[in-house]
Ligand binder design. Sequence first.
Ligand code: URA
Length: 434
Amino acid sequence: MDTVDIIVKKRDGGKLDDEEIRYMIMRYTKGDIPDYQMSAFLMAVYFKGMDKGETTVLTDVMKRSGDVVDLSCINGIKVDKHSTGGVGDKTTLIAGPLAASCGVPVAKMSGRGLGFTGGTIDKLESIPGFKVSVERENFIEQVNTKGIAIIGQTGHIAPADKKIYALRDVTGTVENFSLITSSIMSKKLASGSDAILLDVKCGSGAFMKTQKDAEKLASMMVDIGNMSGKKTMAVITDMDQPLGRAVGNAMEVKEAIQVLKGQGEHDITELSVYLAGIMIYLGQKAATVEAGIKMAFHALRNGRGLKKFKDLITAQGGVLDIIDNTDLLPSAGVSLDFKAYDDGYINKIDAMRIGIASQHTGAGRFTKDDDIDFAAGIYFYKKTGAEVKRGEVICSVYGNDVKKVKKALEEIKSAVKITREKPEQRKLIKKIVR
Ligand code: URA
């Protein structure tokens, strides 16, 4: 088999056979194919696409490139939840404990932030003492006794994706249906859960800008999950403006606690309860999605979700006092306000630009080796649709380096648009794909 022949075949729109796909992925992962050839291959896939059969094989090869975790010693139906990436998306911190408190074992391996999107593991690490690396036996024991564990993904899960994603990130080949599907599903299928819930984002802060594209991606991932024997569902949700009020690690943990206390913003509360409801349904603790949502809502109201979040923090060594004293979370030394430049309504808060602004504060990384400032981020007092008067504070920007905070403020200026007319409200939860 010849690498150049395979690149040329895809470049010219050909369908690759199973062996050709396996050859490219496995040899690249081992280091036998150089980055420049893999880059050309990825660009060919980006332009010519892959059909369902090719995408299924690609996913399977990437899944088998590393460990395939066996979680069969955890009792019950383990349900994983994955978001395709968002800004201010702290739903795992809320939906996970809510679902676990309703009897669904949550054995979750999460990722760090990618580009302008945040990651659950960075958020959890902002809790003083919280450990995200846990030995396999302890992970299993924790889920069996506490019902929930959230740990960082190890390098042994789908190492092919790790290497290919890093290359896609710097070669303009991220936004392709087959490449995103295989990247996400290879990790999910290797992580050992029995069922998978995908939160597929659409809008300015998502890889998929339109609902049509998000639905296409969701269907591809749901089909591959179900064909692999894992019951898989997806929800299409809006990511045109940041979710909730906080963007940035410690601030998002604080907001998650508020939601679990029943004091959260409507959007983040609604979506978290909805996702938890589907997890409860997939975990067969409710006969329908609607019944699952009711159970999740009840767990929020009666404090069982908050209690489960506390169990999670304690089990993984975090300081529990943050629940009642969020001042114990990292706090920023610098803050600057972004004020309305006119009277009117907030017409747009561009989620991607806010994600980039949040990276500038230090809350995200620009290169994989950057350190995170857990205290940094942005807090919105006003969201899209709100009426504002000139000079009123729309958001505050936090960090520990005044230059970075100022740079973030500049980015925010181009993200927020004020108009005289009130904009139409976008629907947050758009569709379920099953
Ligand atoms: N998240 C992933 O893990 N992979 C992608 O390709 C896109 C988002």
